[in-house]
Each structure stands twice: as C-alpha cells, then as structure tokens.
Design a protein around this ligand. Structure first.
Ligand code: SF4
Length: 299
C-alpha cells in the first residue's frame, strides 16, 4: 500500500495531513499544560486501535473528524497557539504524519516558534519515523501501555505492542537526551506515561520494574489510574485504595521519585466529544478559533 498516492494505511489515513482538533488543553502533566494550557493538536487516525480508546471518534479507521491542513497552515496554528499563551506545542498521535509535521515545525520555527515541542504518543512507532523528527522534539511523552502480550491483545488489539515499545524505548535511551525541568518549569527529555488497566495490576508492576531497571535514571514517570471505559463512561475507580497504596509503596521501594502520580479520587466520568466545538469541559480546554473556522462546526 502506498499512502502517498491516497491509499489508506492501518491508521486509516493517506499521507495527507488531517487534524481533528486544535486548542488549549489543561489536562496534561503540570509542566506541559502549566497555567494556560498546552497548545494541543489532535491528529486524525491512529495506527493502534485500542478497544477502549477514549478518542475513538477521531482515531478509528472510519472517522469523519478530519480537516485537511497544509504544512504551512499547521505552522500558522502553532504560532497562534504560542501567541495566545500555550505552554507547549503538544502533538498528539502524529506518528502517521511525521514528514508533514516535520515540515510544519521547521516553518514555524523559522517564523519564531520557541515554546517546547512535545511528542505525545502511544509509543507504537517506527524507529525510522522517529529519527525524522528527533532534532525538533523537546519532550517525548510516550506511553508504555504494557509489556505483556496477553494484556496487549486485550487493551491494544495487537500482540506486537510490547516488542515495538521495547525497541522504541531502547532507541530513545540511545539518543541520550537529558531529562530535566528548566527554570521556567518546562520539562525536557523523556516522560513515560503508564495507565493502569482494569484487572491488570500484574502488567503494571512489570512496567514499573522495567522502568526502574531501564529508565529511572533518565526519564520521569507519569502513573495514571483513571481508566474510563467509553462504553460505560463510569467514574468508578478500577483499583481499590489498598491496591493504589500498594502501588505507591512499590514506587518508593523501587526508588522512582521523578514524575507524577494521579490521585485515586481524580476520577473523571467524561470522555471527549469531538462533535462539539470544545470536546472537553470548559475549565479544561478551549478551541483555537481559526481552526474551528476552517473545520466548520458540523462534521
Ligand atoms: S493509541 Fe491512543 S489514540 Fe490510538 S487507539 Fe490507542 S488509545 Fe486511541
């Protein structure tokens, strides 16, 4: 299949860059969102098809939430986000559009884009693709969803995810980027995000062990406990207080200190609705008006 002639990849997209939503978003870890929010760009499509994806409206193979955006236009949106105070440019699930994103970043930087660039990804990446943008990325915000094949089949649809993420982590380690927070509170380097899946604590402990062995000295960890089943939209916690406290104790035992742990009571019982101008609660996010204008309000 050749995406450059319009054929669709497993991500559901050709090589033409489609974007689902752009705006300010306060829901990321503190150094990414800060006070005003991250300059968030949700790309359409995804090469994983997780059965419990919260962004299924925009990630699925048959999504209708796509606005064709040129490299020049994306560069302009990035500059606008910076102008309205965005703390970062937060590129969400851009894997399948890397060549276009690279071009946009180069144009935007030539026009004065200076805020940190965050590569926010499931980690289901090709090394070849990542190598194309390394020089433009300030922070890799990468999921390690699981290292267990069975859990991967259940929650990521693919048995191969653990092998892919191991290779990606090895590659990122080899880049030898330093992870640090600068004097303005921005995070650079590598932030690994892990979400606890229901009935999968064993898989979580395996990820924490792996993090401790391979990444503790060079990355920060973001441990999330707020899994929402999009079909049920339940706000009930999937782990007990006892299990949560045991996880915290285990982090202590492993000496994992740098990063963020989501509060158990931080339960959120909504998922984004991309059919709205603002898919998120108003205190969480606000859309970029110029992108909305291009997108139109009806999908
Ligand atoms: S990787 Fe993320 S965006 Fe893609 S299907 Fe899985 S949860 Fe959804």
């Amino acid at each position: 299949m050749d995406r450059t002639i319009g054929e669709l990849g497993v991500c559901g997209q050709s090589s033409e860059m489609n974007i689902a939503w752009i705006g300010l978003h306060k829901g990321e870890e503190p150094p990414i969102s800060k006070e005003i929010g991250s300059g968030t760009i949700f790309f359409t499509g995804c090469s994983l098809h997780c059965p419990f994806c919260q962004n299924e409206q925009i990630s699925s193979f048959h999504t209708t939430f796509h606005t064709l955006v040129s490299e020049e236009e994306l560069a302009s949106y990035m500059i606008e986000l910076q102008d309205i105070g965005a703390a970062t440019i937060n590129l969400i699930t851009g894997t399948h559009f890397i060549p276009s994103i690279r071009e946009s970043l180069i144009i935007a930087k030539e026009r004065g884009l200076t805020i940190p660039i965050v590569w926010n990804s499931s980690g289901f990446e090709s090394i070849e693709g990542l190598a194309l943008i390394d020089d433009l990325i300030d922070l890799y915000l990468i999921d390690i969803k699981t290292l267990d094949e069975k859990t991967s089949v259940t929650y990521c649809s693919y048995k191969q995810y653990p092998n892919v993420i191991r290779d990606v982590v090895d590659y990122l380690i080899a880049l030898d980027k330093r992870t640090y927070v600068d004097e303005e509170g921005s995070l650079f380097g590598l932030l690994i995000r892990h979400l606890v899946f229901p009935s999968s604590l064993k898989s979580t402990y395996e990820v924490l062990d792996y993090f401790s062995t391979h990444l503790k000295e060079r990355a920060h960890l973001s441990l999330m406990v707020q899994f929402i089943n999009p079909k049920e939209r339940t706000g009930e916690p999937y782990i007990s207080e006892k299990e949560y406290n045991e996880l915290l104790d285990y982090l202590d035992k492993l000496g994992i200190e740098d990063g963020y742990v989501q509060e158990l009571e931080d339960n959120v019982d909504w998922i984004p609705d991309f059919s709205k101008e603002n898919p998120f609660p108003p205190h969480f996010a606000s859309p970029l008006a110029s992108f909305l204008e291009k997108r139109g309000t009806i999908q």
